[in-house]
Design a protein. Structure first.
Length: 76
């Protein structure tokens, strides 16, 4: 798995109103997107396996061990 200079971020979904591809209480990988973040959104790899923008308020940041991150890391 190549993770050179990439900071992998994961967030816990706490809301999925009108979002069929999100599950509450599930951990999702977040991709860097500074422009989206400025507007209050995060780019998440959802249940479809694709990355989409969702309201940042639907998630809380979590810290995972390196081993947990590697287990959850989604490769393209």
């Amino acid at each position: 798995m190549e993770q050179k200079d990439k900071k992998i971020t994961f967030m816990l979904c706490i809301e999925n109103k009108d979002c069929d591809d999100l599950e509450r209480r599930k951990i999702y990988q977040v991709l860097p997107d500074g422009e989206a973040l400025k507007e209050g959104y995060v780019r998440v790899i959802d249940e479809s396996g694709e990355d989409y923008l969702y309201p940042e308020s639907y998630f809380v940041s979590i810290q995972l061990t390196k081993e947990a991150q590697e287990a959850l890391y989604v490769t393209s």
